[in-house]
Design a protein around this ligand. Sequence first.
Ligand code: RIB
Length: 309
Amino acid sequence: MKTAGKLVVLGSINADHILNLESFPTPGETVTGNHYQVAFGGKGANQAVAAGRSGADIAFIACTGDDDIGERIRKQLQVDRIDVAPVSAVSGESTGVALIFVNGEGENVIGIHAGANAALSSALVDAQRERIAKADALLMQLESPLDSVQLAAQIAHEHQTTVVLNPAPARALPDTLLSLVDIITPNETEAEKLTGVRVENDDDAAKAAQILHAKGIDTVIITLGSRGVWASVKGEGRRVPGFKVQAIDTIAAGDTFNGALMTALLEKRPLAEALRFAHAAAAIAVTRKGAQPSVPWRKEIDEFLRQQG
Ligand code: RIB
């Protein structure tokens, strides 16, 4: 039997080492930063936190190392209203790490060491078969082994659990995986990797969306940065603008969008309303530094939306 409104997120956990600097260094150059922070991140964990803080009933399938930071992250995830029973501490492994530069425009570049995220094996996914089968939706990204993502999608598909894929970081994907996906949320770079279409305007986004529909995906939401999203359902597409805010740091903006979108969709809100809710969460996140420290709580999103009228 399904648990109504239940979300399962499968994905990565990282400790983010973030250095803010005026501009990115070029090869061979050393640049002094103006702010350094270690914050909890990882695309999976960020999306889980965004869902938890915005009000979803959520469990998280992931791996940390058996180290101190892994233990601290696990405790914080519980504070963020996440069921961490399926988070494994992998013996002899270190928790994943992301090294991040953020420039004066709030843009970022990221390098990752997978660490324990690489240990999220098919066997660990199989052990969570029942949890995935009972959920309403499964949300995944691509910082976990692809075999495990594929297996989780198969289990979900077999049990009518909606499969949502945020295909980040960008990589080509087999049609066997894409055909199991119900909702996909690439950014422009990821959409190009998956379709070969360079997404520079709405027409390009519509073309990329059609290619993803042809692979069997009903709902395609291409995020377009400050221009909002291209939302296409079974071939009917339109651009939905976001909110204008002064961005200081875009780390985890997409993750916040995905997590909050799931909360709203699982509350059975219409897509347009769910997109507005997700846009509001992401708009708040870009006005704050870091990944999880920037993710808003439900009352902050509701307040933001009230102010927009
Ligand atoms: O999407 C942002 C995230 O990407 C960061 O938190 C970092 O850990 C990387 O996974």
